[in-house]
Design a protein around this ligand. Structure first.
Ligand code: FES
Length: 189
């Protein structure tokens, strides 16, 4: 009988099978010729697989930590807009002649949006241009002579900043507008 023919009646059938069985962990089917050799062949891929999994888990942990920390770090670095506005003492907006009665200008006061309006009477008014409803930036409506918020139709009085219609619950926060040496200067009220 050939060596590879299986004969269960053979007295050393089990030893024979064990000796000639292809290595379980070697899919290429190569015989390993004995238990010790099998262990050697199966240990290497399993160990490198474990190392790969550890590296993969480590990478996931680093990415997860980065994603979790990013918004927090950004919050710490960004600062409060009101605080940054408070650090700005004043903003010069140009010569008075550049603002005829009935004109207006949106500008930045620190990092908050602001609005300068010159009424028909020639008086200057300045406001924090953040709508008191949900925070959109308001604009001067030259046709209606008032300040409007395009988001939900809020309307403010251009001369006082009072909320006159729509959803805004309170007036615009005032800033101080004054003329210094022929220049319009806006500062904290
Ligand atoms: S945000 Fe201005 S009316 Fe709603």
């Amino acid at each position: 009988m050939a060596c590879h023919d299986h004969d269960p009646s053979h007295p050393h059938a089990h030893e024979h099978d064990a000796a000639h069985r292809p290595c379980q962990s070697n899919p290429a089917g190569g015989g390993c010729g004995g238990q010790g050799a099998c262990q050697t062949l199966s240990k290497a891929p399993s160990s490198s697989r474990r190392t790969f999994l550890k590296v993969l888990i480590g990478l996931f942990a680093v990415v997860w930590a980065g994603l979790t920390a990013f918004p927090f770090l950004r919050f710490l670095g960004s600062g409060n807009p009101a605080d940054e506005a408070a650090q700005v003492a004043s903003v010069a907006l140009g010569k008075v002649e550049a603002f005829p009665p009935g004109s207006a200008k949106n500008f930045q006061f620190g990092n908050i949006p602001a609005l300068l309006v010159r009424g028909q009477d020639g008086v200057f008014h300045a406001y924090n241009a953040v709508c008191t409803h949900l925070g959109c930036t308001v604009q001067y409506d030259n046709a209606e002579k008032n300040i409007v918020c395009a988001c939900h139709g809020g309307v403010y009085d251009a001369a006082t900043g009072d909320n006159v219609s729509g959803p805004p619950p309170k007036p615009l926060a005032p800033l101080k507008a004054e003329v210094k040496d022929g220049t319009i200067v806006v500062s904290h009220a």
